[in-house]
Design a protein around this ligand. Structure first.
Ligand SMILES: Nc1ncnc2c1ncn2[C@@H]1O[C@H](COP(=O)(O)OP(=O)(O)O)[C@@H](O)[C@H]1O
Ligand SMILES: Cc1ncsc1CCOP(=O)(O)O
Ligand SMILES: [Mg+2]
Length: 267
């Protein structure tokens, strides 16, 4: 097996064999998330209907589930797909968008957590609330700093036996034992809708590529976003031009540049 131990090597491996990633994401995110995966070098498929989501999980290499625009029918599809992925030993990633906002979302997320996601990716407010804490989140937007979510993330990772990624100004990733921070990105990123959702899908793509190292795969996806975000911010006049520059930056990012510029520190 070729070396897949650095973010750059993982990115290269992903592009050499683009993984099919089943993304059950929200209406807001579907287009940008698919474009993010294509720009990074993966193969996205937005397949959520209850009638086929479980079957499709059998052919995809990874699944991502995001509750951003939830309905009962979508939840049925999410559960079918998560069960199929888990029973086939394939990675699946949960994005608990605004799960604290309503009873419907809280119950949905509890049911999905019982299906044992491999990786959970959320913003600080989502991760604090998921671990049982008081979050200041407002709808889909975080109102908490990442450093205040770190203990919650460690507890959640231990409780769920999962990798937990908290994103924000500086990202934090833990499996309950190990922990790192990923620096970089741009203040324009939270001003473009659904970039967090797109990152969740990219985490699925890296996890599909490096199934032997879910922790490293998660960190690599976050580092890819951080470096591409810095590049996209150069010359961006605001969120609009940042958005298309970000796709171009992802697509132009090569393995060597990613490894040279990724800023990952022990936490
Ligand atoms: N203030 C910031 N500075 C740099 N990068 C940021 C900042 N806020 C968010 N990001 C980046 O934006 C991406 C999406 O994260 P986030 O905004 O936390 O997710 P969500 O959209 O789910 O709330 C991540 O790559 C994260 O590192
Ligand atoms: C605005 C909005 N409303 C429901 S889902 C969604 C997108 C949220 O995207 P992100 O969590 O990446 O900010
Ligand atoms: Mg989000």
């Amino acid at each position: 097996m070729q070396n897949r131990t650095t973010p750059g090597a993982m990115l290269k491996a992903m592009r050499e064999k683009p993984p099919l990633v089943q993304c059950i994401t929200n209406y807001v995110a579907m287009n940008i998330a698919a474009n993010v995966l294509l720009a990074a070098g993966a193969s996205p498929a937005m397949v959520h209907a209850a009638e086929e989501a479980g079957e499709f999980a059998g052919i995809a290499s990874a699944l991502t589930v995001n509750i951003g625009t939830l309905s009962t029918q979508w939840l049925d599809g999410m559960q079918a797909a998560a069960k199929a992925a888990a029973s086939a030993g394939k990675p699946w990633v949960l994005d608990p968008v605004a799960h604290y906002a309503t009873a419907f979302r809280r119950n949905a997320v509890a049911d999905l957590l019982a299906l044992k996601p491999t990786i959970i990716r959320g913003n600080a407010s989502e991760i604090i609330a998921l671990a049982g804490g008081e979050s200041r989140g407002q709808g889909v937007d975080s109102r908490d700093p990442v450093d205040e979510a770190e203990e919650s993330a460690r507890r959640l990772a231990e409780r769920q036996q999962a990798i937990v990624a908290v994103t924000g100004a500086v990202d934090f990733v833990t499996d309950g034992q190990r922990a790192v921070r990923v620096h970089g990105g741009s203040v324009l990123m939270p001003r473009v809708t659904a970039l967090g959702c797109s990152l969740t899908c990219l985490v699925g793509a890296f996890a599909a590529t490096v199934p032997e190292d879910m922790f490293g795969a998660t960190v690599a996806a976050l580092a890819t976003f951080a470096v591409a975000g810095e590049d996209a911010a150069l010359g961006a006049a605001g969120p609009g031009s940042f958005s298309w520059r970000f796709l171009d930056a992802l697509s132009a990012l090569d393995a060597e540049t990613l490894d040279a510029r990724a800023r990952i520190s022990a936490a």
